[in-house]
Design a protein around this ligand. Structure first.
Ligand SMILES: Nc1ncnc2c1ncn2[C@@H]1O[C@H](COP(=O)(O)OP(=O)(O)OP(=O)(O)O)[C@@H](O)[C@H]1O
Length: 773
């Protein structure tokens, strides 16, 4: 403890007694507490202060030394933001006795505490922390009491010791919590011996921080652990770009660049990678380097695909029977399926797993509805949930990766549809409830917007599919790939192992939609300046980057004058920064649509404001509240800390009629949503889309990004900006291929199975109603 106090010697501090805890979050160890100040070297004359930070087990009536900074909160005034702290135990014997006999230590009374101090002296606490066995020397102390005491002491003092020591290296309390969870009281030993171990074990611990700590502790720049951590770090970084692996050569090259040290040769790095492979920290297969979880996700997914398609379908239908059934459906739906659409329905009913792809308006939803009806008819089951006494007997499962996509699937089919996370029962921490041992219950699974599903989620989903379930995958291969690693839809398609029907004929076009024309022109590489002429549902407003904000504001003002509900308009942009970036557009639109008012409560969060009535975007999955990354809601209420039983400020957001409560620590999970990123808009659709496109977005302007953006608009699309930037963007194909090996894994796994025919082959052989017309 002497060391701890030394390390904080010159820092500003507030020493005080904890009066009461205002708020405590168990999972995050985040607390807000009222402190009675005993002593401070801060320029602060008040007697009390509110302290907040990530603590472990704060006790009322205990004295602490808090190190941190003042922070002025818009509503709550001055608070002390703590980045390091320690329990203050007086050096005197009496002080230590009082501490040991406090409520913190179960079973230790004044008598036992006095005996401990008598035996171990004034440094009793450090002695116990170093070597709990010393308590055996204390006469009359019970074994269980000694154990509880040293454990509690370790947990409290141990954590504080770690916090203080980590803060020397600029590591904050939040990261300290993660570190403590992983290593407990060995954290500092690990850090000082080998800071690089942190890169391996602690999510989000940067290589450069480890490097800096190593340098301070005089560790050699050629230490094998440094090279190992460099390898892991490079792999972790590449996952953020969507890769599942890195080719060995690229990996070695990137690690060399990162470590930049003359004595570290390619051979040294390659040897280190081999060692990591041997101890299973990474996996090297066929010259590709993987993080194990990704290798096993690809491997597992391929294995489950094989398992599912190996089990044949029990009920086969004759073509005549199917034609009759489809004929009936066409009659009730008052439409006639196109050849591709008929093929899709036919194949979906006869395949264990099958993919339907197609751009907007090609009839994916129409086909899904046809499949559901035909399946119900063939199997004599009802599509009405009300006909099932036991809801789990319902044979259909409809799911999609985002809340909005699931909602759309529900609206278009009239059947229940949930997110994949909810379907699998994600608990937010440990993983999914549903898996191979506890599979999904149902007969026919439809997964929409599959282009958004990454390899981890695809593996978790397929793991939970029982052998006898049929699977229909629906997606648009021209959309952006998943945010997470992999390109599952495109790998499945290119493996040609699962039957696939791509729908190319555009039906909505017949209703005169310019948006759909444009989407297909982009997809087919035939978009020219002439194709950007204004139309009923499309306009291109030419402007420069510096005019963008004014143009967008003008569109909103005009729309309002025309009586259009502004909520129907969604601005989509590729990036946050720039004069015409998401952040700036949001600020300006907030001012126009929902300006500051004395009648509206608001909260300030760093440099933005959330106000009642604001449109906000959820940035992460929060399955416990039923909100997911990409969901859009509205701030419905703001409560001050004395207005609720939890005694904390709260923000209530309404997502499609569902209320979700946010506390200040959760505000990072939301942002304004007048303008959202194209990436976050995947899986959503909006009546009116405004799409700014200027050359300042430069490297972001790619064909699949712009295609994704314009296909989000249902009724009207307004592109503003530079025509040449747009045309250049739609012609720029994203050549940054992701490194994935799913296609090869699938081919390897499925090579013994009889191969399914490709689209063209099927078309050549298949008899369809069209052959009789
Ligand atoms: N065979 C058909 N005959 C007549 N109309 C059709 C046919 N197939 C689809 N449509 C109509 O075309 C429009 C688009 O179809 P649908 O919504 O199924 O396409 P989608 O591929 O799901 O489109 P999106 O991805 O844009 O939602 C709908 O109005 C639908 O009724």
């Amino acid at each position: 403890m002497e060391m701890e106090q030394q390390s904080n010697n010159n820092r500003k501090y507030i020493k005080g007694e904890l009066l009461y805890t205002i708020f405590h979050n168990e999972a995050e160890h985040f607390s807000i507490a009222k402190i009675k100040i005993i002593e401070t070297n801060e320029d602060f004359k008040e007697k009390e202060i509110v302290a907040k930070g990530y603590f472990s087990n704060l006790q009322e009536q205990t004295t602490y030394c808090f190190y941190g900074d003042f922070e002025k909160h818009a509503k709550f005034g001055l608070q002390y933001k703590v980045d390091s702290y320690q329990t203050f135990i007086p050096d005197s014997k009496d002080g230590i006795i009082a501490y040991l006999s406090s409520d913190l230590f179960y079973g230790v009374g004044k008598k036992t505490a006095s005996r401990i101090v008598k035996q171990l002296g004034e440094s009793a606490i450090s002695k116990i922390l170093r070597q709990p066995d010393v308590l055996n020397e204390v006469p009359g102390i019970k074994k269980e009491t000694a154990e509880t005491l040293s454990r509690t002491l370790q947990e409290n003092q141990g954590f504080e010791h770690i916090v203080v020591n980590l803060s020397k290296y600029g590591i904050g309390l939040k990261m300290a919590q993660k570190v403590y969870q992983e290593y407990k009281d060995e954290a500092i030993d690990v850090l000082e011996e080998d800071p690089y171990q942190y890169v391996f074990d602690i999510e989000g611990f940067g290589f450069n921080t480890a490097d800096e700590i190593a340098r301070q502790n005089g560790l050699s720049l050629t230490h094998p652990n440094r090279i190992g951590a460099g390898c892991i770090y490079v792999l972790q970084k590449s996952i953020q770009d969507g890769n599942v692996f890195l080719p060995l050569e690229s990996c070695v090259y990137l690690v060399m660049n990162l470590l930049s040290n003359e004595s570290i040769s390619e051979t040294i790095i390659t040897d280190r990678l081999e060692e990591l492979n041997t101890d299973k920290s990474i996996i090297i297969q066929n010259g590709n380097v993987y993080i194990p979880s990704l290798y096993y996700a690809e491997d597992g997914f391929a294995a489950h695909v094989k398992r599912i398609i190996s089990k044949p379908i029990e009920h086969e239908t004759t073509l005549a029977e199917l034609m009759r059934i489809i004929g009936d459906i066409e009659e009730t739906e008052v439409l006639s399926y196109g050849k591709e659409q008929f093929n899709a329905i036919n194949q979906a009913l006869h395949s264990k797993a099958m993919i339907v792809t197609g751009g907007p308006g090609t009839g994916k939803t129409t086909v899904v509805k046809g499949i559901l009806k035909a399946y119900a008819e063939i199997h004599g089951v009802s599509l009405d949930l009300k006909d099932y006494d036991n809801k789990s007997d319902f044979p259909f499962i409809l799911t999609a990766p985002t809340g909005r996509a699931a909602k759309r699937l529900n609206e278009s089919t009239g059947l229940p549809a949930v997110t994949i996370h909810r379907l699998l029962g994600w608990d937010g921490r440990e993983g999914f409830e549903k898996n191979q041992n506890e599979p999904l219950i149902g007969k026919y699974l439809i997964v929409d917007e599959f282009s958004m599903v990454d390899i981890w989620l695809a593996n978790s989903l397929f793991k939970a599919i029982p052998d006898d379930m049929q699977v229909l995958i629906v997606g648009d291969e021209d959309q952006l790939p998943s945010v997470g690693p992999g390109q599952v839809l495109s790998d499945l398609l290119s493996s040609e192992l699962i039957p696939c029907v791509s729908l190319n004929e555009v039906y909505r076009q017949k209703e005169g939609s310019k948006i759909i024309h444009l989407a297909h022109d982009i997809k087919n590489g035939t978009c020219t300046k002439e194709k950007l002429q204004n139309d009923r549902d499309f306009s291109f407003i030419a402007c420069h980057e510096y005019q963008m904000i004014d143009v967008i504001l003008e569109i909103f003002k005009k729309a309002e004058n025309k009586g259009i509900d502004l909520k129907e308009i969604q601005v989509l942009a590729p990036m946050y920064r720039s004069q015409a970036g998401i952040t700036m557009i949001n600020k300006q639109l907030q001012q126009l649509i929902n300006p500051k008012s004395s009648r509206k409560r608001e909260v300030k969060v760093s440099d933005s404001v959330f106000r009642i009535g604001d449109k906000v975007l959820q940035l992460v999955n929060q399955p416990e509240d039923g909100v997911y990354n990409g969901d859009i809601g509205e701030v419905a209420a703001i409560f001050e800390e004395d207005e609720n039983t939890e005694n904390v400020e709260q923000l209530v957001i309404l997502f499609d009629g569902k209320e979700v409560v946010y506390e200040r620590k959760d505000y990072v999970n939301i942002t304004l949503a007048y303008c959202v990123s194209i990436h976050k808009s995947q899986g959503s659709e909006f009546p009116i889309v405004i799409l700014p496109v200027v050359s300042a977005y430069n490297r972001m302007l790619r064909k699949n990004l712009l295609y994704t953006a314009i296909t989000r608009s249902k009724e009207s699309l307004i592109i503003c900006g530079e025509i040449n930037a747009f045309l250049k963007g739609v012609q720029t194909v994203d050549t940054n291929r992701r490194f994935t090996s799913l296609k090869e894994q699938l081919i390897e796994r499925l090579k013994d199975l009889p191969r399914k025919e490709t689209d063209e082959e099927t078309e050549e052989k298949e008899i369809s109603p069209y052959d009789f017309m």
